[in-house]
Design a protein around this ligand. Sequence first.
Ligand SMILES: C[S@@+](CC[C@H](N)C(=O)[O-])C[C@H]1O[C@@H](n2cnc3c(N)ncnc32)[C@H](O)[C@@H]1O
Length: 288
Amino acid sequence: MADHAFGNVSTDLKLTKIEEYLKAFATALRPQFSELWYIDAFAGTGERVVKQQATPDDLLPGLEEKIERRRGSARIALDVQPAFDRVVFMEKKRSYCKALEGLREQYPGRQIDIVKGDANEAVTSAIRDIRWAGKRAVMFLDPYGMELNWTTLEEIRATEAIDVWYLVSLAGLFRQATLDPTKLDEKKRAAITRMLGTDEWFDAWYDSPQKQDLLGVFDEVHQRTANVEQIEKFVGDRLGKLFPKVLKPLRLKNGRGVPMFSLFLAISNPAPKAIGLATRIGNSILKP
Ligand SMILES: C[S@@+](CC[C@H](N)C(=O)[O-])C[C@H]1O[C@@H](n2cnc3c(N)ncnc32)[C@H](O)[C@@H]1O
């Protein structure tokens, strides 16, 4: 089976939060809806391989590294009780899809779809023509970086039936939005705009103070002034303009304490009852 080694100290925290939400969502909505769905648009393999250096105490000759296999989001969702009626896994990598097929065999009798391809196209075609009356879904968007297009979020919002957990890559945005704007080429600009659905980020994140040279000529010198708080707030505000409700995100850091991701919960159903329930559950889970 294809091994999928990824994550850092925040990965377990992130997956624990998702699991808590899925359990609470399924328990609360089971009596009210005929179909509950889980859609994992960046599904991985269902498993996470964690490589750990062995401590001197447990070092045996030839054994320098411990390999631990932990549950990934796909398996976590399949284990949730009450069970989801339909589970859709989307994944770009062929070998990971094969691993997901192996996972499906371990859950006979469950309706599990595996879609190989780009998440943006897969999400759009999976949700667009569905009659959502009587159905509710949770979607997990867990990309490595900036793979998710804003237009895909618009499709999700339009269903009015999906609660979406979106892991936003702060590190990706920081990397693309270079401090020095002369290094901000067209490709970088386009990647940020595709992810955020607007080019307003440039004016919000870059300052243009005037600088006077020795001859007294004024020149505009741009530089990125937005810090991690401002970038996260910009993303939150954008999501807040699209979705009826977006909760304050959980900031996830790497082992050195550097902010890497923000985990957002956005609710697409505008009904006050739906917002109230998702907010209550989400807020209790998102508190740091
Ligand atoms: C962070 S991992 C997901 C981990 C998974 N949620 C888990 O807990 O096991 C991101 C996954 O997205 C896949 N991926 C990357 N780009 C993609 C795209 N454009 N569409 C679909 N899947 C993609 C990668 O192959 C990888 O398996």
